[in-house]
Design a protein around this ligand. Sequence first.
Ligand code: B12
Ligand code: SF4
Length: 485
Amino acid sequence: MIREVVLVVPNFLIREAFGDPAEPPLGVAYIGAVLEKEGYQVSIIEANAENLSMQEIEHRLLTEQPNLVGISCDFSPLHNPTLQIASMVKNKLGVPVVVGGNHATAAAQHMIRQADGTIDFIARGEGEAVLPPLIRALQRHADLVSVQGITYLYDGRVVSTPLAQFVHDIDRLPFPAYHLLPMDKYARHAIHSARGCPFNCSFCAAHVIFGHRVRRFSAERVVDEMEYVLKEYGRKQFWFSDDTFTANQAYTDELLDVLIARKLNLTWSCLTRVNVVSRDILLKMKEAGCAYISYGVESGDEAMLRAMGKGITLNRVRETLTMTKQCGLRVYAFFLVGNPGETWNSIRNSYRLIKQVKPDGASFAVVIPLPGTQLWDKMVSRGFIGHDTMQWDYLFAKLPGGRYKDYAAQVAAQWCDLTANELMRACIIGEHLPRVGNLLEANRSLCEIDGVLDEEALRGLYSAQDVTGLDLDVFIEAAREYWNG
Ligand code: B12
Ligand code: SF4
């Protein structure tokens, strides 16, 4: 009889790069809420927020003695930690193990084989649609082929049943089970106003779980949830972690009206694209408490944007970023380097774009071929990568001081015109460009002699300013790129 379920979020082990976890994991929180509604006793071991070691996770599991364990493998770097936890659960508790999440869904066939019996099921797609029917089938000893969205081993063969339907009316989902999470560990609160993104960028895996059709929560419900989190947990800062927050501007408009009318006095931020905002929406976002917008710009090179299937033009990028700043919102621009076709010249075009539009901040990352993306399929077919060769453990994003671990760069260097070192260097310089550019602009008369950048003066500027976390050589190189761009 399955009555008690424990959901485990493995430790991301990326504190060095990101600091403490900023926001709660919504996936397991939704699943927990749905299972509780069906009468199960649920707890969540949030090993990431609580920074738990494998031994500590094991200790918690042995104390809880659940009848079923679910593990969240949303991110590819969690591939091995997930297998380790599954193996420990099988050996120590011997109860059914179900793994779900973005990476598990896209890599289901490979993962179930590799787990060699320690994972019983991979639940593909939205957990709310798969886990409850799976548990019911297990209780009744029913034929598993009737459960949609699962992958399992049967007689040594991998069986994958057809995907379950998307949750049709997401408004009927309960609020995420925040009470099961260590809420005091998060700096800000993540919330979703919709699921799905209609675009199809070659490097992006967001569609693996939510697909391309946008399903929205009602505006009232989203603001009710924000109010609930404010009252219960005192949270005043939110991040809409929707794939593309303004994908449906008519809906965003409605949501903003409700936010403004409720006068909750919250600040928030979101992630979106340059081609789905207008001046009116931006002004209203400001009025509703939006502090900054992160735009997926990806590149300042028109050919690279086309190659990524990004569906935006540089003109539109310039126009939107400028307009956003004019509307009183801060702007962050996300860039990727290392897509097929990347050269130093295309990277310089990204730097030029930064010089032109002056975002408040820029994030540069080496592209990772994620299972389920067009980039992944293409590079597997060209023989550069495969499930057996990817070393997911080495993929953690960044190290302190803006230095990058080099694995993603080594992988990407196989198909673009740059070495791994050059790709990493490109990211470090790009990330510092807005700050160095500002310093340079403010001290232009000091640093320029007859139209030429004076490197001696630059060194003086470096020692006179607070440039914490920035090496002198990066400062000089970024200043040169900015000056010559
Ligand atoms: C918020 C977010 C983050 C936050 C995480 C916050 C947190 N505490 O979870 C931060 C900023 C830390 C982050 C970091 C990274 N992220 Co991120 N992130 C997201 C984002 C935007 C939203 C995730 C979310 O909340 N979804 C909402 C919930 C409801 O959905 P869900 O998590 O998918 O959960 C559902 C299902 O997956 C499933 N499910 C999940 N767990 C389980 C468990 C069980 C037992 C079952 C049955 C089902 C199940 O059911 C859930 C409910 O429907 C997604 C984009 C997206 N659309 O998913 C990218 C995304 C998940 N991130 C991605 C990546 C690549 C990363 C990084 C590797 C980036 C980097 N280079 O550093 C790091 C990974 C960190 C690490 N572990 O090493 C990829 C993941 C793909 C992949 N194969 O790895 C995504 C899909 C983005 C993309 N464009 O491709 N990320
Ligand atoms: S990168 Fe952003 S816009 Fe492109 S498909 Fe992914 S979520 Fe949608």
